[in-house]
Design a protein around this ligand. Structure first.
Ligand code: HEM
Length: 378
């Protein structure tokens, strides 16, 4: 019994609220959201450490969030609610006479309008980073990638529609979102560090495990998209599917989940017993908890024959798992200014550990700049 409503494809009429079609409300909401962001953006014309961190965090949330709303499009079979791109139908940019149920068109069109919010957050963050003085080249590079990545995702979204939701296109769309999430986490973490070269600040074993987790974690995401591309949630009843054995490919996916769990447990042990800094300890524990919950959710949804709401939750869990993996990876290194650079990794680790314990105007208890302090140079 589906938890989310699915309507017959012949229910074509628009959904109208207070005399305005739902798509009109969706556009109005998106425009209001972008305007609100632009007003807020004034606060970052003179960026502070706190405002920059908030915008960077906003980027993580919207890029992970749109992957989750994209899953809602799939599980409600709304993927072709707009059958064209960038237009919704051959004759219109908005969902009128789509040939699909109004509910499906509203979901697909709503997800399209969210892209403008994701883009706005990316552009505003780029402006804030460009306003830092002295300008940080490393952060600028990351901040430039984000809005261009969102535009690129728009194109991949279009290819997804043009290929009638081919599972390879759907998977690429999701996986690129995860690459974007990784970059936004990098921006969030590196903003809190001085410009410099990344130095390993934990034991070499923990650093290696964190890299392995990035690789295994991404394979896990890829395998998940293959399970989705084989299973019932292709985004439309007529969407092409991978011709694979669902239980077999799910086993490959869950095995990678177990490997991620083992890696996360090893990371916790190494971080706690090796006396790693607080960011590495916290992020390894967070990762372990998230992977455990995500694994339970994965088995539950499989046993219950993939109810839509659990599948959407599982995609949310995937995004959180990936954020936690990225956070752990970036917690194992720290940018070190050239004047502080030392010749051996061990020395670098000692110094960074000392920095983590430092207090004073340059660092709070986490070795990070105080939230109230203006961004470098201001
Ligand atoms: C532990 C970490 C796990 C992560 C990060 C993860 C991630 C993912 C991802 C990214 C997808 C594809 C979502 C999409 O394409 O929209 C997926 C799908 C799926 N996963 Fe997992 N997964 C995990 C564990 C598990 C486990 C242990 C199972 C147990 C069987 C499982 C079962 C499934 C199933 C059945 C699907 C297909 C759902 C659908 O029809 O769309 N997952 N997973």
């Amino acid at each position: 019994m589906p938890i989310l409503p699915s309507l017959a494809a012949d229910e074509f009429e628009d959904i109208v609220l207070l005399g305005v079609p739902l798509w009109g409300w969706q556009i109005a909401l998106a425009v209001a959201g972008v305007l609100a962001l632009v007003l807020l953006a004034r606060t970052i014309w003179v960026p502070t450490q706190r405002s920059l961190r908030a915008w960077a965090l906003g980027n993580i949330v919207v890029n992970a969030g749109i992957a989750v709303t994209g899953a809602t499009v799939r599980v409600t079979s709304s993927g072709l609610g707009c059958s064209e791109w960038p237009r919704c139908t051959p004759d219109s940019f908005v969902p009128i006479d789509t040939g699909h149920a109004a509910f499906n068109a509203a979901i697909e069109f709503g997800n399209r309008t969210l892209t403008f919010l994701v883009l706005a957050v990316g552009v505003i963050t780029l402006i804030a980073v460009l306003r830092m003085t002295p300008r940080r080249r490393d952060l600028t590079r990351l901040a430039v990638i984000i809005p261009f990545g969102v535009l690129g995702q728009g194109v991949v979204g279009g290819i997804t529609v043009w290929t009638d939701l081919h599972p390879a296109a759907v998977a690429t769309h999701f996986l690129l979102s995860m690459v974007m999430v990784f970059i936004t986490v990098a921006l969030y973490v590196r903003l809190q560090e001085p410009e410099g070269t990344p130095r390993v600040v934990v034991g070499p074993m923990l650093h290696t495990v964190s890299i392995a987790l990035v690789v295994v974690g991404f394979l896990l995401l890829i395998a998940g998209t293959v399970v989705t591309g084989t299973g019932p949630h292709g985004g439309d009843a007529a969407a092409p599917r991978w011709n694979l054995d669902l239980p077999a490919i799910t086993r490959v996916h869950s095995s990678l989940g177990w490997l991620t769990l083992v890696g996360s447990a090893a990371a916790v042990l190494l971080a706690v017993r090796g006396g790693a800094g607080r960011p590495a300890r916290l992020s390894s524990v967070a990762l372990l908890v998230i992977v455990l919950l995500q694994g339970v959710l994965g088995y539950t949804q499989y046993a219950l024959e993939l109810p839509e709401a659990l599948v959407v939750l599982h995609v949310l869990g995937s995004a959180l798992t990936w954020v936690a993996i990225a956070r752990l990876y970036f917690a194992t290194t720290r940018l070190t200014p050239p004047e502080d650079a030392v010749t051996t990794g061990a020395d670098a680790a000692d110094r960074a550990e000392a920095a983590v314990g430092a207090t004073g105007p340059e660092a709070d208890h986490d070795g990070e700049r105080s939230a109230e302090e203006p961004a470098p140079g201001r």
